[in-house]
Each structure stands twice: as C-alpha cells, then as structure tokens.
Design a binder for this molecule. Structure first.
Ligand SMILES: Cc1cc2nc3c(=O)[nH]c(=O)nc-3n(C[C@H](O)[C@H](O)[C@H](O)COP(=O)(O)OP(=O)(O)OC[C@H]3O[C@@H](n4cnc5c(N)ncnc54)[C@H](O)[C@@H]3O)c2cc1C
Length: 509
C-alpha cells in the first residue's frame, strides 16, 4: 500500500512521450533536468518505510500502512499529522518541493464533497470518485493537478476559434471518452496521474458542454505528449546555484492528442453545474499544503537575511532589526493562519474535516500578495553582494582565490567559503531564474490573485461584521439579514463537531 522509491521510478519508465529543449527524453529518472526531483520524490516514498520516519509519514488503513498525505481528513488531528509529515519531508530534503502529491490529492476530496451534485448527473460518477480516493490510499500513486488550458481568446467561445484551445470530448466509445486539447501541469512528466478538469467557468446558459469534463488521467496514456519547459538543473554549477540544481519542479504542457479515458476514470462529463461546483471548491483542502510551503519559504528568507546581517555585524542596528521583524511578522502571519485553520477546522458538506475555510483562504492571499515584497526586504538585508559575488571556481583559482579569500573572510567565524556559500544560496533564493520562477509559481500555480480574492469573498462570514454594526449603529429593523439561514462558513470562533462522521468513513472505504 505504500510504494518504495524504486517502485515509483519503475512506474514512470512506461514509454511516455516526454520532450525538453526540442529533444525526446528517453528516461525521466536519469535525465539531468528531471533526476533531482525524481530522486526527491523517490526519497519521500522511501521515508514512508524507514524506521525514523515511517510513523510520521504513514498510518494504518485496513491493517496496512498508507501514506499520511493521501489520508482522507476525517478529524482535526489528520491535519496536524499532514502538516508534520510535510514538514518532515521539507526538513529532510533541505528545501521546498511543492508538487509531490500531498498538495494536489486534496482536489479529489473536494469532489468527494460534491457527490450529491454528481448523483444528480449520474450516480456512477460518485462511485468513480470514491473508487479513486480508495485507489490513492491503497496504491500510493504520485498524483498531480491539471486545470489550465492554453485558453486562447477569452472574448470568444472556444467553438468560434480553434476548438482544441480548451480540452474537450471528441468521441464516446464503449471503453470510455476520447479527449483532445492541452493542459499546463507541473511535475506531470514524472508523475503517475492527474485530476484533469476545466478551469474556465463562463459557460453562459449552457447546462451541457463537451468542455465540462473531469477525469483521472494516467500520465503514461497513449496519445499524451509532455512538452516541458527547460529545466534549471545542470545549467550552472550546483555550488553556485544550490537550489536550482536540486528543487526545480519542471512544468509541462501536456498535449492530449485523442486520448482514451476509460469510463471508470471519468468523474463528470457534459455537466456545467458540476464544473462550476469544482471551480468553487477546488482548493478547499489543497490550499493548506500550498500555504505550508510559503511558511518554509519565509524561514529560508529569514535565515539568509539574518545570517547576512550577522556576518556583516549589522544585526545590532535598529533599522536592520526592523527589517528582520517585518519578515518575522510575515512568517508568523502564515503560521497563525495555518495553525488557526486546523484549530478551527470545519465539517465539510460531505462530512470530511476541512481546514477553516476563511482562515485558509485569507492566509493564502496574505502569503501570496506579500511574497514579492518580503523577497525584496530580504534582498535588501543581504546587500548588493548577492548580485556581485564571483562563482565558486574563482574562489578556487590560484590566481583569483587568494584575493577572494582576503575580501570575503569577515572574521574567524565567517570564513570566505561560508560567505560565498551563503551568498550563492541567497542569490538562488531571491535573484536567479529559479527564484523568479518560484515567485511566479506562488502567484499563479493554484489560481491567479483575482481568483484567490474571489474565494475569500465567498468564504468570509460577512454577517458577523454586519450584525455588529447593525446593533452598534442602532440601525432600524428594515436593515435585515440578507439570509438569516446562511451558515456563515468559515466564521472565526465557530467550533467544529469533533466526532468523525462514521457514515463518511464507511463511504470512503
Ligand atoms: C509555475 C507555474 C506552475 C503551474 N502549475 C500548474 C499546474 O500544475 N496545473 C495547472 O492546472 N495549472 C498550473 N499553472 C497554471 C496556473 O493555474 C495559471 O497560470 C493560472 O490559473 C492563471 O491562468 P492563466 O495563466 O491562463 O492566466 P490568465 O487567465 O490569462 O490571467 C492572466 C491575468 O489576467 C487577469 N485576469 C484574467 N481573467 C480575469 C478575470 N476574470 N478577472 C480579473 N482579472 C482577470 C489577471 O490579472 C490574471 O492574473 C501553473 C502556472 C505557473 C506559473
């Protein structure tokens, strides 16, 4: 029920069509631009078996071990367990990996919550989502997310341009549906399966559309082509770019060139109502793991900023302490949202345990909208030398090395090599191609900022402040609650029902 790293590597050596830099990649497990991340993913699988980490990374399901990341959240403690397992991984690998499965599997739990909507379309679809949740728990695949189509001209419907701009069904067969189109997917080239669904929800009045389709796609399926952006690993020495060389999660444009999706993998089809439900609830669970990565990013910025200030003896200056305090406020803001989202967890409509929705989504906006500013504060703390320092080879050269030794040694405690390492690390965190990519990832990879704010709008309990002002300002009875029965999901201070839903546990099995 839990795989080993080697079983994972074998599973992606399936003849899939992967391309990078204009060339076909024969084996993603050995290609220099994929290997670092494949190795980390394999390491995560192995950590599930090792004595030191097995109890953090796995739990027992039906008497057998399963991955904590894949566990259906039923009680509040499930979220503490997931948070601890993710932290353990990030500590072990020494950096940030986001698309390794724990972040994306939660999208399926959102659809689990929508089973009554699925049942209205076809009860078989709710059987299919339950089976897939069961499959993830029992087979431990590496699961990713596919939402974003190339889209084309948004002012015109897809039918009035190249119809394949948005992924759609072109044929139904006894075996399943045949789909055509394309999706952007991080990590698809070295993952096992992707939950594939529409991103655009402007269906107009249409209740039925070939574009309203959601399914689990086996990423080794015939007809799939993975066209990857170039990798950051191997482009420059690891000593100079220590993060780029270890943590690049390659993104892929996945082309669906008439791919057969077996009926058992189809989660909804032709129904715009389900497609809209999906968009509204997609990150209900998965935003937690996404936000948790931001916390680690904040720690990395604090670490490089403070080390730099200490190296240069500037940490005693109040103005420098103020900048460090700003980073600490940012970090603790994220920490508070994550912690409170678990502490005030809520029962989902399907009976699962969700992180408190309002706190989770506002935390995501807090972290995402200030990240660029915090990177700049850290850059400022590091000083211009992150952009000026020669590479490691220059430190080793007999001609230039002694000069660099002289000018980069700050004290007995801070020798030139440590200063070089710290500056190279800071550059890769803040200034490099990889650094810019990570910033863009945090900005867009779940959804763009306007969509993140729209979710906040829908999940904040507006009635609380309105009630207060209604009474405090002595407004007349004419100013009524718009909808007195509205539950106010996500309202701070509301407590959850701590009992796991037995019916839900049963259904999940
Ligand atoms: C590094 C990276 C990794 C990614 N990984 C994945 C992945 O694994 N799976 C996946 O499915 N997708 C992935 N994405 C894609 C991501 O989900 C999309 O980039 C995102 O949803 C935005 O869509 P878009 O790029 O088509 O931008 P657009 O929709 O073109 O939006 C661009 C901008 O236009 C404006 N805009 C557009 N529509 C509106 C509107 N209705 N109201 C107001 N403003 C609007 C906003 O300023 C918006 O930011 C990834 C993206 C990046 C950068």
């Amino acid at each position: 029920m839990i795989r080993t790293g080697e079983q994972y590597r074998d599973s992606i050596r399936d003849g899939r069509e992967v391309f990078m830099n204009g060339e076909r990649v024969k084996d993603v497990t050995t290609h220099p631009m994929f290997k670092p991340l494949v190795d980390i993913r394999a390491r995560i699988y192995d950590m599930q078996h090792e004595t030191a980490t097995a109890h953090i990374m796995s739990y027992r399901e039906g008497g057998e071990p399963s991955a904590i990341g894949n566990k259906l959240p039923l009680v509040q403690s499930d979220w503490w367990d997931k948070r601890r397992a993710t932290d353990t991984v990030l500590e072990e690998v020494g950096g940030i990996v986001t698309r390794v499965g724990d972040e994306t599997v939660g999208e399926m739990w959102s659809l689990f919550d929508g089973q009554d909507v699925l049942n209205e379309v076809d009860p078989q679809f709710s059987v299919n989502i339950r089976n897939h949740i069961h499959k993830v728990v029992h087979h431990d695949p590496f699961h990713v997310s596919a939402n974003t189509d190339p889209k084309g001209d948004r002012s015109r419907p897809p039918q009035e341009q190249d119809p394949d701009r948005l992924l759609h069904v072109v044929k139904e067969t006894d075996a399943g549906i045949v789909v055509r189109g394309a999706k952007f997917e991080t990590a698809a080239a070295y993952a096992n399966q992707a939950y594939t669904k529409p991103t655009i929800a402007n269906w107009g009045d249409a209740t039925d559309s070939d574009y309203a389709v959601g399914f689990i796609c086996d990423l080794g399926s015939p007809g799939l082509k993975h066209i990857c952006r170039t990798g950051f690993a191997g482009r420059a020495p690891a000593e100079d770019y220590p993060l780029s060389n270890r943590f690049d999660e390659v993104d892929t444009l996945v082309i669906f060139d008439d791919v057969l999706i077996p009926w058992e993998n189809v989660l909804f089809y032709r129904n715009t109502r389900v497609a809209m439900f999906i968009r509204a609830t997609l990150h209900r669970y998965s935003a937690f793991a996404f936000l948790q990565r931001n916390l680690k990013l904040a720690d990395m910025m604090i670490g490089v900023g403070l080390f730099n200030a200490r190296q240069t003896g500037l940490d005693s200056r109040p103005a420098v302490q103020e900048k460090l305090a700003r980073l600490a406020v940012y970090r603790e803001g994220i920490n508070a949202h994550l912690t409170a989202a678990i502490t005030l967890a809520e029962r989902s409509p399907g009976g699962l345990m969700m992180p408190n929705q309002s706190l989770l989504y506002t935390g995501r906006v807090l972290a995402g909208s200030q990240l660029h500013e915090m990177m700049h504060v850290t850059r400022e703390l590091c000083g211009g030398q992150i952009g000026l320092t020669p590479d490691a080879a220059a430190f080793r050269s007999p001609e230039t090395g002694p000069w660099l030794e002289k000018y980069y040694t700050l004290s007995e405690d801070w020798v030139a090599e440590d200063r070089r390492r710290l500056l190279a690390y800071a550059r890769d965190l803040l200034n490099s191609d990889y650094a810019g990519h990570r910033l863009t990832f945090q900005l867009f990879a779940q959804s763009p900022p306007f969509a993140d704010l729209a979710v906040v709008y829908r999940n904040f309990d507006w009635e609380g402040p309105l009630d207060f002002v209604r009474k405090s300002a002595g407004l007349s009875d004419a100013v009524k609650r718009r909808d007195a029965s509205r539950p106010g999901d996500g309202a701070a201070g509301r407590w959850y029902d701590p009992a796991p839903g037995p019916a839900v546990e049963e259904a999940a099995r």
